[in-house]
Design a binder for this molecule. Sequence first.
Ligand code: C5P
Length: 223
Amino acid sequence: MIITIDGPASAGKGTLAQSLSQKYQMAYFDTGMVYRAVGLKLVLKGISPDNESEAEKAALSLDFPQMINLSKEADFRSDVGGRAASIVAANPAVRTALLKMQQDFANNPVFGDGTPAKGAIYDGRDTGTVVCPNADIKLYVTASPEVRAERRHKEFLAKGINKTFEEVLAQIKERDERDQQRAAAPLKPADDAIIIDTSIYDAKQVFNKVCEIIDSFQKKLEK
Ligand code: C5P
């Protein structure tokens, strides 16, 4: 079974995907990691993420072990990493270079230790529209920019990072705008996606709702 979860930053996709991965024994692929890895590779070399040919080169040479190593860098999950990721992600040549690596995962989904899984859960921006257009269940998880900024702001405060709510909201809006307006694989729900607005449900309610969707899909398959 393949499940895709797309949506904007800080909508709750990762939390949902991880809980589903545990419950259904499915391997989780956070596809934002591939774009973060390419963006950070450039930043660490002092190259601008806007440099299209260097970004394509960095994407073409990216593999899983390199991505895991880059994910240990301090800026991988920071705003620096997020911004660089969204800039390289708007480059069509980068997206093309990273597509097969993402699609291959669905053919042989495994956990981090190499154990085979019962399917794959993707989280990203275009996983239901471009990476896995034939996925069994497609979800689009979203929330208002204000709700997402509030969540991110709380995370920053908990980590001791001093930023105002307004700064966080402005960054979220800037990233949304770039992800939605780009010509290559813009952020949007697949035509057959189920839309879940997490502004009105908490994480547990969202998880329960999605479990119902998966269970009823599996029951239909058994018939
Ligand atoms: O999800 P995350 O915040 O890690 O993603 C970082 C950036 O990578 C996003 O803002 C988006 O520009 C890009 N991305 C993408 N397609 C995906 C996953 C992430 O364009 N499937």
